[in-house]
Write a protein that binds this ligand. Structure first.
Ligand code: NAD
Ligand code: GLY
Length: 364
C-alpha cells in the first residue's frame, strides 16, 4: 500500500492506494475518530458489488451503517437526487457527528460530497473511488457539486474528505472503456508535471491496460501525489490548480456540442490534449517530437485523438468554449505546454490558432 498526504493544514488528509483496502475501512474510520453512524452513498452498479464489504468493514468496528443507492450515471448529479439523499439522511437520523462514505465513481463522489458539505452545515466524509478517473482525480482535492440545466458542475463547494481510500481491486470490474477514459487524466499528469511518468506510461501502457497490480499502484499513487501537490499549493483554484485543466478547454466544448452523449469525459479530453499539444507547439515552444509523443500515447491507450467536425459543428464548438465556466471576462484561457512535464495556465489564444489546432485533430 502507498500513502499520499494532501497538505491542507487542519484539513489535511491521507490517500491510501493499494489492494484489499475496502475491508480496512472500519479500522481507518476508527483511527480518524469518526462518529458512530455512517451512511454509504453508492450507485446501482457499484453498490451490488462492493457495498456489503464496506458495510461489514464498518460494522466490524462498531459503526452503525445505512446505505443510500442512486441510479448510476451523470443524470444523478442533480438537485432532485440531492434532496432525496437529504431526506434519506434525515430518516436515518444522521447527526452532526455522523459521516458519509462516497462509494463509486466521480458522479457518486461529487454528489455525496456535496450532500456531506451541506447537510447539517457539513458532516465528515470519506471517498472510496471505484473508477480510475475518480481515483486519480475527482476524489482528491475537495471539489464537490452537481449540474444545472445551464451547465455541468455549476453548483458546488470546496469540501475536503477526511480520507480517500483507493482500492485497486475495484478496477477489475470497471468496463474497459471507462478505464481507458481514466487513463486520459493519468497521461495528463505526465504532460503537466512529470515527464518521467509520461515515459513510464509510454513504455508500459500495455501492462497498465492489463491492470498490472504493482504498476497500477505506483501510477495511481504518483497521480494522487501530483494532484495533492497542486491542491496543497492552490486549494481554491486561484492560479496553479488551473493547470489540471490541460486539454479541458477544447475537451469540455466537445462534450457540450455532442450533448455528453458521444464521448466519455476522458475521450473528449484526449482529443483536447492532442489539440492543446499542437497549440503548444505553435505558441509555447513545445517540440514537434513531443507533440507527436503525446498523440501517440493517447492512440496507444485506445483513446480517440481525432474528431470529425463540419463547419457548423466547429462554429458551435467555438461558442461552447466561450460558455465554459472557466472563461474570465469573455476570454477563453488555455493551459499550454513548454515541454513534457511543464505547463502554464492563462494563455489567451487567437481564433485563427484555435482553428489551426482543430485542423490538426480533424478526422477526414
Ligand atoms: P461515473 O461515476 O459515472 O462512473 C462511470 C460508470 O462506471 C458508472 O456507470 C458507474 O456506475 C460505473 N462504475 C464505477 N465504478 C465501477 C466499478 N468499480 N465497477 C463497475 N462499474 C463501475 O463516472 P466517472 O468517470 O468516475 O466520474 C465522472 C464524474 O466526475 C463527472 O460528473 C465529472 O464532472 C466528475 N469529476 C469531478 C472532478 C472533481 O474534481 N470533483 C474531477 C473530474 C471529474
Ligand atoms: N479536476 C480538476 C480539479 O480538481 O481542479
Amino acid at each position: 500500500m502507498k500513502v499520499v498526504k494532501v497538505p491542507l493544514q487542519e484539513r489535511s488528509y491521507r490517500i491510501l492506494v493499494g489492494r484489499s483496502l475496502l475491508s480496512q475501512l472500519g479500522a481507518q474510520c476508527r483511527r480518524l475518530k469518526l462518529g458512530q453512524r455512517g451512511v454509504i452513498v453508492t450507485d446501482d452498479r457499484v453498490g451490488p458489488r462492493y457495498a456489503k464489504t464496506v458495510r461489514d468493514a464498518l460494522m466490524a468496528y462498531g459503526f452503525k451503517v445505512e446505505t443510500v443507492t442512486l441510479p448510476h450515471g451523470e443524470t444523478s448529479k442533480q438537485w432532485k437526487v440531492v434532496q432525496d439523499c437529504y431526506n434519506q439522511l434525515a430518516a436515518a437520523r444522521i447527526e452532526r457527528g455522523s459521516f458519509v462514505v462516497a462509494l463509486g465513481g466521480g458522479v457518486v463522489g461529487d454528489l455525496a460530497g456535496f450532500v456531506a458539505a451541506t447537510y447539517l452545515r457539513g458532516v465528515d466524509f470519506v471517498q472510496i473511488p471505484t473508477t480510475l478517473l475518480a481515483q486519480v482525480d475527482s476524489s482528491v482535492g475537495g471539489k464537490v457539486g452537481i449540474n444545472l440545466k445551464a451547465g455541468k458542475n455549476l453548483v458546488g463547494a470546496f469540501y475536503q474528505p477526511k480520507l480517500v481510500l483507493c482500492d485497486l481491486d475495484t478496477l477489475q470490474s470497471l468496463p474497459k472503456r471507462e478505464f481507458r477514459a481514466g487513463m486520459a487524466e493519468v497521461i495528463k499528469y505526465g504532460i503537466i508535471w512529470d515527464a518521467r511518468l509520461f515515459s513510464t506510461l509510454e513504455a508500459q501502457i500495455g501492462s497498465l491496460l492489463k491492470l498490472d497490480a504493482t504498476l497500477l499502484e505506483k501510477v495511481v499513487a504518483r497521480c494522487c501525489q501530483i494532484k495533492a501537490a497542486v491542491v496543497g499549493q492552490d486549494e481554491k483554484e486561484g492560479g496553479l490548480r488551473a493547470i489540471l485543466n490541460y486539454g479541458h478547454t477544447i475537451g469540455h466544448a466537445i462534450e457540450a456540442i455532442t450533448r455528453y452523449g458521444t464521448y466519455l469525459h476522458g475521450e473528449a479530453i484526449s482529443i483536447g490534449q492532442v489539440a492543446a499539444g499542437h497549440l503548444s507547439q505553435s505558441l509555447t515552444g513545445l517540440k514537434a517530437k513531443d507533440a507527436q509523443r503525446i498523440e501517440a500515447l493517447f492512440k496507444a491507450t485506445g483513446l480517440p485523438t481525432r474528431i470529425s467536425l463540419n463547419a457548423g459543428q466547429r462554429k458551435r464548438l467555438l461558442e461552447a468554449m466561450q460558455l465554459d465556466k472557466k472563461v474570465s471576462q469573455g476570454q477563453v484561457k488555455f493551459v499550454l505546454a513548454a515541454r513534457l512535464g511543464k505547463v502554464s495556465p492563462g494563455h489567451s489564444v487567437e481564433t485563427d490558432a484555435i482553428h489551426a489546432a482543430l485542423d490538426s485533430v480533424q478526422k477526414n
